[in-house]
Ligand binder design. Structure first.
Ligand code: DNO
Length: 394
């Protein structure tokens, strides 16, 4: 696999020079200032590409070329937005960017309830607390019918939490779930807008769209973009839902093995690919990530390497890259065995000493990710040696 790194452009305080010095080979980035739905024009693509190449690196993956909400909920404007998407694909393909990551999560991308969960050693990690999430859903959003999604015991715990949470903690929960986790990935809040009101409006757009409806909208999209991707030698790689279960009453359709199997068959073409995000997938016990890596190997065009530790009651936190339910060494074995030189990036890292002094987006610390990259490189070296030796003894 090719060692890549998610870089957030010129505004990122982690510079391309720093990345070259730690052995990164390729860059994963996007035109972050453009809202979803707008065409990525040739000039802007070329400029970003040149900046990366001047630093001695290559632009390996566009993550994400975001899919506009209107396409996901099937608005009447979707055809125009799909045409725009295809134009961006063509411009990227012509510029030589052939791996493109996107997701089809309605209204909200990744969900965490704590971005600085302290670990006993003094570092911190990302955390999902199911009851805090449920509290946010029922009490802060006050989503209609939300209570029906939770058990009696959950509702009692929500009630208890209500008695103990301070106003500042409630505000922090809103900031974490809606503003900070979403803010740097094409889902910027309108200046001065109330996040809860905005988020409710967004949820409302999906009223009446169930799992089948969302699947139909993904099918509609793929049938129109995959032929273009194929013509330009692009692999369009869908990112799984994070976490891989329905949230806020919204359907999620990229969560489990059966979903991935369904997706690659709707348009059975190599350009209709998968981003194997071991972190997202590993957040539920039923997902056997190494097995998925093996089963879908031919259609995996990009890998996100991280792992999660499952905790009682449906909570999870992001684990060391050497541990947890992601079972990364086995995933790496599958992906390396397949021989395809696909790009991989370590996904989120912990906040390590020194990271607080370097501004970074939640999950995207410098030292934390560098440490994880070194662990992943070590695993890759072991696996490559195994493969080499096996070839020799065979
Ligand atoms: C969060 C990321 C996601 C991911 C997109 C891909 O840290 O894993 O934002 O990049 O969902 O489309």
């Amino acid at each position: 696999m090719i060692k890549t790194w998610r870089w957030f452009g010129e505004k990122d305080s982690i510079t391309l020079e720093m990345l070259r010095q730690i052995g990164v080979e390729g860059i994963v980035t996007a035109l972050y200032d453009l809202p979803p739905g707008e065409v990525w024009n040739v000039e802007a693509i070329d400029e970003l590409k040149q900046t990366i190449e001047k630093a001695g690196l290559v632009w390996s993956v566009a993550e994400s070329l975001p899919v506009a909400e209107e396409i996901k909920y099937g608005a009447s404007t979707r055809d125009q937005l799909i045409n725009n998407y295809n134009e961006s694909l063509i411009n990227l393909g012509r510029a030589g960017i052939k791996t493109i990551c996107y997701n089809f999560m309605p209204a909200i991308d990744w969900v965490r309830t704590d971005l600085n969960h302290p670990l006993p050693d003094g570092t911190s990690t990302l955390f999902f607390d199911r009851i805090r999430y449920a509290y946010f859903d029922c009490r802060i959003l006050q989503r209609l019918g939300a209570e029906a999604d939770y058990s009696q015991e959950d509702l009692e715990r929500i009630e208890q939490l209500d008695l103990s949470l301070s106003e500042a903690e409630k505000a922090a929960l809103i900031d974490t779930i809606i503003v900070r986790t979403q803010g740097f990935i094409h889902r910027k809040m309108k200046e001065g807008a109330d996040p809860v009101t905005e988020f409710k409006k967004l949820l409302h757009l999906y009223a009446g769209i169930d799992r089948e409806g969302l699947r139909a909208n993904l099918t509609y999209f793929l049938e129109r973009v995959i032929p273009v991707a194929e013509a330009y030698g692009i692999m369009l790689c869908i990112h799984p839902d994070d976490p891989p279960f329905p949230v806020f009453g919204l359907p999620r359709i990229v969560s489990v093995e059966e979903d991935l199997d369904w997706i690659i068959k709707i348009v059975n073409n190599h350009s209709n690919g998968i981003t194997l995000c071991a972190g997202s997938l590993s957040a539920i016990a039923e997902n056997d990530v190494p097995h998925m890596a093996r089963r879908f190997a031919k259609r995996i065009g990009f890998a996100h390497l991280r792992s999660t530790q499952l905790l009682p009651g449906g909570d999870f936190m992001e684990a060391s890259h050497l541990e947890g339910n992601g079972r990364l060494i086995e995933v790496i074995r599958e992906l390396e065995k397949n021989g395809a030189d696909i790009p991989m990036r370590v996904d989120h890292g912990r906040v390590l000493p020194g990271d607080r002094e370097i501004a970074h987006n939640p999950g995207y610390s410098f030292y934390g990710r560098m440490f994880a990259l070194a662990q992943v490189e070590g695993m890759m070296a072991v696996v490559r040696k195994e493969i080499e030796e096996k070839k020799i003894t065979n």
